[in-house]
Write a protein that binds this ligand. Structure first.
Ligand code: ADP
Ligand code: LRH
Length: 473
């Protein structure tokens, strides 16, 4: 019985999860979980990518010792961020997408290629941290001139493990530099932005064999010599969408973790001006599908508020805080969760209070009331996004699948059902690891079929919770 391992690096935590396909079901086992703690240095906010790599490989070593039938592993992570390399040397820790350095770079890129043309070329909603803007920032600082290669985070980890450099397509689609049809880099756009050709490696599909873990890495981390890496949907959201147990065109999804990605799966991109103005992105999905979605600020608002409270000595435990939030009665004010001032790390409760004051609403008088306000504001944003999906695609959405860590937040699920007026099917929590594992299992010949067949495995293997809307829409 062959086993595969997902190395899933989220903005909140990284994990190594093994998966075994047995009787048409996928059995999961979490082997390692480690925090992902960004580090602020004088030059900006960085990912501690060396500790993530080390924890991931240590976890893979544990998996290979505990699971003698382990044959493969694959990495997924958050999008857009990347390492700059010269030869085999990483030129400093990668910047975090929440670093504030991109503002000037957005203007510089837009001076060369306006937002309308960019959207037609890459199909992406405007986000100030899309790799194309980050690379322009690195060009302006002189860093890019030192580099001869750029690798996105999962590709960087994969390269360290195997020595094979690639750009997996789903994550490459978040750079802003991939042609909308996914066939390769937009060389004309790169030339106009003075990005050197050859900076980005060849684009490969999810499900491409990369190669065995190198002898040096095997020895360092105690990894068995039978283990080979393959690519999957290495953008975590691409893997999460594979792990959504949806069955038809009347389903939308919310990949609900640090971000909430609200969208539908389409056969082809929609790059109308209306879609651009509504902030909808066309990211590359597994098997050539389009992830037509919009980024909603997500549970970042809650986790960053909790970090602020912990800094001031009022540490909160999430499940008991959520119990108190559920007990809040009476109306709470709602705010625009996508206000750009909420993107960077900082004192989130103070920023939300400032937004509420600005709009003439009362400031919450306790942490549970503020969290209730966050959750209701998120649910309202999800409802708006679902309406947009219907308007922009002509589909009717009847079911909203909510997957990721947020599926454990029963109050958020309930508020989402009420705000959207749709049935919410919550779970699986580990949709991303599941999507990673299923694409690997297919690559290794352990299962066969299209995404619908993979999703049937998800449906058989997990027990989602259903929330029906209360009251009228
Ligand atoms: P990411 O992939 O971005 O790291 P996850 O999918 O792991 O995110 O989701 C993390 C989020 O899940 C946290 O920010 C938290 O709000 C939520 N979460 C985690 N555990 C619980 C829990 N026990 N109850 C409710 N929410 C939870
Ligand atoms: C979610 C995610 C999202 C991106 C953001 C940078 O983890 O990958 O899809 O927009 O991080």
């Amino acid at each position: 019985m062959s086993v595969v391992a997902a190395i899933d690096l989220g903005a909140t935590s990284g994990r190594v999860v093994t998966g075994t396909v047995r009787g048409g079901e996928l059995q999961l086992r979490e082997v390692a979980r480690f925090p992902n703690t960004p580090v602020r240095l004088p030059d900006g906010l960085h990912w501690d990518v060396l500790s993530l790599y080390s924890a991931a490989m240590t976890g893979l070593g544990v998996a290979s010792r505990e699971e003698p039938d382990l044959v493969g592993a694959a990495v997924d992570s958050w999008a857009v961020d990347h390492g700059l390399l010269r030869g085999s040397r990483l030129l400093g820790n990668p910047y975090h997408y929440r670093d504030e350095r991109n503002e000037a770079a957005v203007a510089a890129v837009h001076a060369v290629v306006g937002p309308e043309e960019l959207y037609r070329r890459n199909g992406l909603q405007h986000l100030p941290f899309t790799s194309v803007f980050q690379l322009a920032a690195s060009a302006a600082s002189g860093d890019l001139a030192l580099a001869d290669r750029v690798l996105l985070i999962p590709d960087l980890i994969g390269w360290w493990a195997t020595g094979v450099p690639v750009a997996e397509r789903t994550n490459a689609s978040t750079t802003g530099l991939l042609r909308l049809d996914g066939t390769g880099w937009d060389e004309d756009l790169m030339a106009r932005l003075e990005l050197p050709p050859g900076l980005l490696p060849d684009v490969v599909e999810p499900g491409t064999p990369l190669g065995p873990v190198t002898a040096a890495v095997r020895e360092e981390f105690g990894i068995a010599d039978t283990i080979a890496l393959t690519t999957v949907g290495s953008h975590d959201t691409a893997s999460a969408v594979v792990g959504v147990p949806m069955t038809g065109e009347d389903a939308a999804y919310i990949s609900c973790g640090t971000w909430s990605l609200v969208g539908a799966e389409l056969a082809a991109p929609v790059v109308t001006d209306e879609a651009r103005r509504a902030g909808f992105t066309n990211e590359g999905g597994v098997d050539g599908r389009t992830r037509f979605l919009t980024n909603v600020m997500g549970l970042w608002l809650l986790s960053e508020s909790m970090r602020a409270w912990a800094r001031s000595g009022q540490e909160q435990d999430l499940p008991s805080l959520l119990d108190q939030v559920a007990a809040v009665t009476g109306p709470v004010p709602v705010f625009d969760v996508d206000d750009p001032r909420l993107l960077p790390p900082g004192d989130m409760p103070a920023r939300i209070e400032a937004l509420l004051t600005e709009q003439g609403d009362p400031v919450p008088d306790s942490a549970p009331v503020l969290v209730r306000s966050i959750l209701q504001s998120l649910a309202r944003a999800y409802a708006g996004a679902i309406e947009d999906i219907e308007r922009l695609t002509g589909r009717t959405v009847r079911t909203v699948h909510l997957v990721g860590g947020g599926a454990q937040n029963a109050l958020l699920c309930r508020l989402t059902a009420d705000a959207t007026g749709r049935t919410v099917v919550a779970g699986p929590v580990e949709a991303t690891a599941i999507g990673n594992l299923l694409v690997q299992a297919r690559t290794h010949g352990l299962i066969t079929g299209d995404l619908e067949a993979l999703r049937a495995v998800v449906a058989r293997s997990t027990a989602p919770r259903t929330y029906e809307p209360q009251g009228s829409r």
